[in-house]
Design a protein. Sequence first.
Length: 289
Amino acid sequence: MVVVTGQSKASATPDDAMSSSDAEDDFQEPATPTATQAGQALPLLPQQFPEVVPLNVGGMLFTTRLSTLRRYEDTMLAAMFSGRHYIPTDAEGRYFIDRDGTYFGDILNFLRSGDLPPRERVRSVYKEAQYYSIGPLLDNLEDIQPLKGEKVRQAFLGLMPYYKDHLERIIEIAKLRAMQRKARFAKLKVCVFKEEMPITPYECPHFNSLRFERSESETKLFEHHCEVDVSFGPWEAVADVYDLLHCIVTDLSARGIAVDHQCIGVCDKHLINHYYCKRPIYEFKITWW
């Protein structure tokens, strides 16, 4: 459509004629400005919060003071309610945080009065404290059980840099074997040994510890790989083989994997002369359903 105003058709020349798109552009309603355009034209004012703040955290409702949310400056909550960031509200006007609110009450109780959660909720509240970056709460939780014991356990596991990789290998082998056999469970052999040198009846009476020196050539004679699926060790710590077995079972169970294990003997591989490998071999049974 060609729209001409103030001139007759006869007076209109090709050069003066407007295309339909040009004419429509002149008469279109102004478009709603985008967020970027609005921000350039009119900067958003800092958001104002009431002294008593209604909250909706993942569908769970809470009410607290603004000063409680701002208790510690370096936390995510303090930043969210500083006024520098926009926080949406729900239909009831409550400020909405898109996060599971199951343990948010424990977060508020700490901010209000320093209260800590009961032991059975410590791990879950710790994860929430990490999300909200509440450093003082993290420090307090790390000093109580079960997190304090977990720090000690991780210090021991830190002696074995491939520990997590070995756990993954156990899971993958067990899954593959169960799928191949169309079976409910799978078995695999795991070697767990603390000492690097093999234990033999000839050495034990003469040495309280197997960490005696051997020449490089002698050491190579004792190097071997036990015929197992996964091997853990050696390590230098007071914690023994049973402690590491406990760690393995605990970490697999934490991932929902049912596991049983039993010692089925030793490697017993002939190395040289009268020396045999005596590293213990365990059979792990992983049940999938």
